[in-house]
Design a protein around this ligand. Structure first.
Ligand code: NAD
Ligand code: TDX
Length: 351
């Protein structure tokens, strides 16, 4: 039986990963360590909270004592590090918390895991630290080309710089101490349980409330969209079969301009929910500072080495996703109430 310490499991990708793993494997134990920031919601895990294979610890990945306690009380085999401050716009306003959680928190996890996993002559067998990173560490592409694992790191925002910093610390632990690690770098995820500050759920939420749909700049920035369950499958494969010390890019050649995404969401809601939701809601607003123009992943390595390929075509994934938010409007109301609402308004003002 394998024991996973999943950090940030109450967030978007982490909660999808916990669902995926508990569905796929009978014989596992998952400990979810999450601070429950505005982005973490235990509601995302309501249907597994009574599962005897799953337990939750509220705490900060920067807190050495809590992480040590988890390692003392459990024979942790794998750390899967999702915990992070993840929103680029917030990082422009408040870079410090990004450096704290994303860099120092990751170092704390690495250090505790190293101390518990190290034996006299190296590391215990069957242990691995998987760090979930992002394609944003590579910077921005022009009209052609793709990010490969060998592409030099060139982050621009405080968010992507903090993720690049954490990636380098993970690499340092592998190079210096021979710690068993992998880093995955994926493109933009979409699917259920994504906090509605990110583009797709924000658009759906605003459409339902007939609020303006803010499009940064000219709307022609490109993101490479990946359905979250396909990402979870990739992480599982890298944990099991990824070569130690390697980086794996995860993406599926699914590039779309932002304005294309906006129009797709409007068209779906117009047809299926409310014919008053039209393109009149689109509002071009001031561009994001340092806005990366284009992301595009070359997934050849993970495909050839591990046999991973995304299974969800964009047209199917986006419909499933919009439908999920329509069916879960209480979730949307709950996560955007209270603490979050104040923060959101203070950041975006009239948006
Ligand atoms: P999210 O913001 O939805 O969730 C982050 C989770 O981490 C939340 O539950 C939050 O409470 C928790 N957390 C934050 N600070 C913490 C701390 N100090 N200690 C413990 N828990 C803390 O993020 P997400 O979209 O699920 O992203 C998960 C990971 O994947 C992140 O590392 C992110 O950089 C990476 N990633 C995300 C995407 C994407 O499209 N969402 C793409 C590439 C990479
Ligand atoms: O209101 C908006 N209007 C808009 O035009 C928002 C929220 C976004 N955008 C644009 C900015 C981006 O070009 O849409 C694109 C997607 O924006 P986000 O959803 O904020 O994602 P992005 O900045 O691309 O970063 C995401 O993918 C990579 C995640 O938030 C990161 O955690 C991940 O590493």
């Amino acid at each position: 039986m394998k024991t996973y310490l999943v950090t940030g499991g109450a967030g978007f990708i982490g909660s999808n990963f916990i669902h995926y793993m508990l569905k796929k494997y009978n014989d596992i134990k998952i400990i979810n360590l999450d601070k429950l920031t505005y982005a973490g919601n235990l509601e995302n895990l309501k249907d597994v909270e009574k599962d005897s294979r799953y337990s939750f610890v509220q705490g900060d990945i920067c807190d050495k004592q809590i992480v040590e306690q988890i390692f003392t009380n459990n024979n942790v085999d794998y750390v899967v590090n999702f915990a992070a401050e993840s929103h680029v716009d917030r990082s422009i306003k408040e870079p410090e918390v990004f450096a704290m959680t994303n860099v120092l928190g990751t170092v704390n996890l690495l250090n505790v895991a190293k101390n518990f996993w190290q034996e006299r002559e190296g590391f215990k067998e069957g242990k691995k630290f998987l760090h979930v990173s992002t394609d944003e560490v590579y910077g921005s592409l022009g009209e052609t080309g793709y990010f490969m694992e060998t592409t030099p790191i060139d982050p621009h925002s405080p968010y992507s710089s903090s993720k690049a910093g954490s990636d380098l610390m993970v690499k340092a632990y592998a190079d210096t101490y021979k710690m068993p690690v992998n880093i995955t770098r994926c493109s933009n995820n979409y699917g259920p349980f994504q906090f509605p500050e990110k583009l797709i759920p924000l658009l759906i939420n605003n459409c339902l409330n007939k609020k303006a749909l803010p499009v940064y700049g000219d709307g022609m920035n490109i993101r490479d969209w990946l359905y979250v369950e396909d990402h979870c499958k990739a992480i599982d494969m890298v944990i099991n079969n990824g070569r130690l010390g390697e980086v794996y890019n995860v993406g599926g050649h699914n590039e779309r301009t932002n304005i294309h995404i906006v129009k797709t969401v409007i068209a779906y809601i117009n047809e299926n929910v409310d014919s008053e939701v039209t393109e009149n809601l689109i509002k071009y607003v001031e561009d994001r500072k340092g806005h990366d123009r284009r992301y595009g992943i070359d997934p050849t390595k993970i495909k050839e080495e591990l046999g991973w390929e995304p299974e969800t075509p964009y047209e199917e994934g986006i419909k499933k996703t919009i439908k999920w938010y329509l069916d879960n409007q209480d979730w949307m109301k709950n996560v955007t109430s209270g603490q979050y609402q104040n923060y959101y308004t203070s950041m975006y003002g009239s948006k």
